[in-house]
Design a protein around this ligand. Structure first.
Ligand code: ASP
Length: 346
């Protein structure tokens, strides 16, 4: 249920909020291609035109920044998106919506959240079903995202991921299913809110957020490795040879690797920061529970930092951001801990 718009572009005599919408690509804009399969095709104007209700939500400015599958997004693209969104707010937008592919949406959301310094909502959305499918979810997701972007109650919540009438915090959101329309979940605390009859209902007040990271001026290379049964860490030689600037591990349980893997980590820790996250998909890493070789007490002695509730992908983005800001190596560990402390998890 949406409020009635009056004939003069206002809502109940009030000027509609200015909402900026950028399209990056993804299933939400994919149509069948001559080569076979769906490919990004629709632009931002097409997406907006498919949802007439948007006119009642805000005065819209829509731009197509990219038209890519989300597996093709990278740091350069996301930095451009961040600058574009910041510029929109500085020009008077009261909220910003970004449409993109769902495959990497959780990473885009967290990356943008690390830097987003405005109270205005920056809302990411996409679709699990392309526009040609029965039950395509793109239009409903775009409308829900625009309503969030136009909602004063969404201010101060940082970057949101809005899909399936549910709003998720950038820090917690994960794509947890390959195809289901309710693919997005928030382990470690649950979602932030739900859309009911055109209005967002928030489950709690805005969470404390860490200070935005200092701007990136270099482009570090941070590797991500997941360990598995019988893994003795041979790939670490490749990490050293390829001269990565940092390494994030997705470890067993609360943050563990095999004894052989642990032995190989020493030289890596002397060359670059190494962070341990959990591959389980939910929960925190531990600091001082397990004492076996390759468990967290041993790994911390070797110089490994623990990721707490950040999954490996998000830990990688935070480490990237700290390195990209030029944090001196001797201050990186402190900066890592300070960020986690500045934004206590639920
Ligand atoms: N492969 C698509 C993408 O991430 C999936 C999606 O948009 O849902 O671009």
């Amino acid at each position: 249920m949406l409020p009635n718009r009056t004939g003069d572009g206002t809502l109940r005599g009030m000027t509609l909020p200015r909402i900026a919408i950028a399209a990056l690509g993804g299933t939400i804009c994919m149509t069948p291609s001559a080569e076979g399969g769906v490919m990004p095709k629709l632009d931002a104007a097409d997406l907006v035109a498919a949802v007439p209700e948007l006119e009642q939500i805000g005065s819209l400015h829509a731009e197509t920044l990219f038209n890519l599958p989300s597996s093709a997004l990278d740091f350069g693209i996301l930095r451009h998106v961040l600058d574009w969104a910041g510029h929109q707010v500085e020009q008077g937008a009261e909220g910003v919506v970004i449409t993109q592919g769902t495959d990497s949406l959780e990473e885009s959301a967290f990356f943008l959240d690390l830097y987003w310094q405005h109270p205005q909502p920056l809302v990411l959305t996409g679709a699990m079903r392309n526009p040609g499918m029965a039950g395509a979810d793109g239009p409903a997701n775009l409308l829900a995202a625009a309503i969030a972007a136009a909602s004063p109650s969404a201010w101060g919540r940082g970057v949101l991921a809005v899909l399936n009438d549910t709003a998720h915090a950038a820090r917690r959101v994960r794509k947890s299913h390959t195809l289901a329309p309710d693919a997005f979940r928030s382990p470690n605390g649950g979602p932030l809110g739900t859309l009911v009859e055109g209005r967002w209902h928030w489950f709690s007040s805005a969470e404390r957020r860490a200070e935005p990271l200092a701007p990136a001026f270099i482009t570090p290379h941070v590797a991500l490795l997941e360990t598995c049964l019988g893994d003795t860490g041979e790939l670490l030689d490749g990490v050293l040879a390829a001269k990565f600037d940092g390494l994030v591990l997705s470890g067993f349980g609360t943050g563990h690797v095999s004894p052989a893997f642990a032995e190989r980590l020493g030289p890596v820790c002397r060359r670059m920061p190494v962070v341990m996250a959990s591959r389980t998909g939910a929960g925190h890493t531990t600091q001082a529970t397990y004492g076996a070789l390759g468990s967290e007490i041993d790994l911390r002695k070797r110089g490994v930092w623990m990721a707490a509730d950040l999954d490996a992908r998000k830990a990688r983005l935070l480490l990237w951001g700290l390195l990209a800001a030029g944090t001196p190596p001797e201050r990186l560990g402190e900066a890592w801990a300070a960020w986690l402390q500045g934004a206590p998890s639920q």
